[in-house]
Design a protein around this ligand. Structure first.
Ligand code: TXA
Ligand code: MG
Length: 318
């Protein structure tokens, strides 16, 4: 059974400790409960995807204590600053460019150059951020395909012992998720409607551009998938001339040229944690092609293979 603990000082201190050690903690925000992990820890972030059972890597929202913490992690253009000043702390998420050398896990960004940031208003979320002194990556605390949880018991029903702790802060106020806003040049774009309504955002940011899953995104800015420049060759069992290798498992020697091994021990969680950073390293190696060894298609392997297939398919305008 999941470990539901009350969100008093002791509970929060315990939960902060679990987070710092790379564990998973579910906690209330003013919108819905989130499933949190240390956002700088690739392995802990991989644990979120494993627990959620998502068949693909969607980028996650990173929660921070205040504006200054956000400004250390990402480039906040004037349009983003205005929205942050008006709506933080609160249920607004801003998708903004990661700073160079941003310490946040690339897996939290699903490999993208942007990161979704939010400063929550819920006192328990804030106490956890303050006590842990972490940035906390956290999607809604539901299993893939289930609705977002608004009580600690919803979270327990979905995850059981898959999370280390569930901090019980009662029923969440909004019951729907935060509004997600991105930026195309200077203008704000509504990526997901949510608890802050469009009219209130437009009062600050002017008319919002639309962005739906079927639309072509404006170049670069809002692309929803990381795509390497170098072609990928999947299910490779040998490295051809001009290729570098993305390996998986113990078989590979270092004599095959440039190799990154997602996990020598064949651990899918470790592979997920390494995936985007290693793809990027191989992408800038100057090779003609990245050969990718087969990856088992169970557990996190499903999301890894989904992402590799997308990376292997050139992006075409819809
Ligand atoms: O209210 C909420 O937002 C809750 C609480 C826990 O904060 N969190 C939440 O997270 O709903 P999640 O992971 O279920 O939804 C995150 C949304 C997704 O629609 C995702 O595609 C979008 O934010 N998103 C995150 N990072 C993005 C990025 N770099 N680019 C575009 N969209 C992004
Ligand atoms: Mg969700």
């Amino acid at each position: 059974m999941a470990n539901i603990i009350s969100a008093d000082r002791r509970g929060i201190a315990c939960a902060a400790d679990v987070l710092r050690k790379g564990g998973l903690v579910a906690f209330p925000t003013e919108t819905v409960y989130g499933l949190g992990a240390d956002a700088t820890n690739d392995n802990a972030v991989a644990g979120i995807f494993e627990a959620k059972g998502r068949p693909r890597f969607n980028p996650l929202i990173v929660h921070v204590l205040d504006f200054d913490a956000a400004a250390k992690l990402a480039e906040l253009a004037p349009a983003a600053v205005q929205l942050a000043e008006r709506f933080w702390p609160g249920p607004l998420t801003l998708v903004v460019p990661r700073k160079l050398n941003c310490p946040l896990s690339l897996l939290a960004s699903a490999g993208l150059d942007t990161i979704a940031l939010r400063v929550p208003a819920h006192p328990v979320a804030r106490a956890l951020l303050a006590s842990s002194e972490l940035a906390i990556a956290s999607p809604s605390a539901n299993r893939s395909g289930h609705v977002s949880p608004t009580t600690a018991h919803h979270v327990a029903d979905d995850f059981g012992a898959r999370v280390d702790f569930i901090l019980d802060g009662g029923r969440t106020a909004h019951g729907i998720e935060s509004t997600v806003v991105g930026f195309a040049g200077d203008s704000a774009v509504l990526l997901r409607p949510g608890a802050v309504v469009r009219e209130d955002i437009e009062e600050i940011a002017g008319a919002l551009g639309a962005f739906g899953p079927d639309r072509v995104s404006s170049p670069g800015q809002l692309a929803s998938h990381y795509a390497p420049q170098t072609p990928l060759r999947l299910n490779a069992d040998a490295v051809l001339p001009g290729e570098v290798l993305l390996a998986f498992g113990p078989r590979v020697s270092d004599t095959e040229g440039i190799v990154r091994n997602l996990s020598r021990s064949g651990d899918l969680k470790e592979a997920a944690a390494n995936l985007f950073a290693m793809l990027r390293e191989l992408d800038v190696s100057g090779a003609q092609c990245i050969a990718v060894m087969p990856i088992p298609d169970h557990g996190l392997g499903e999301a890894i293979n989904d992402r590799l297939r997308r990376a292997a398919t050139p992006v075409t305008a819809a």
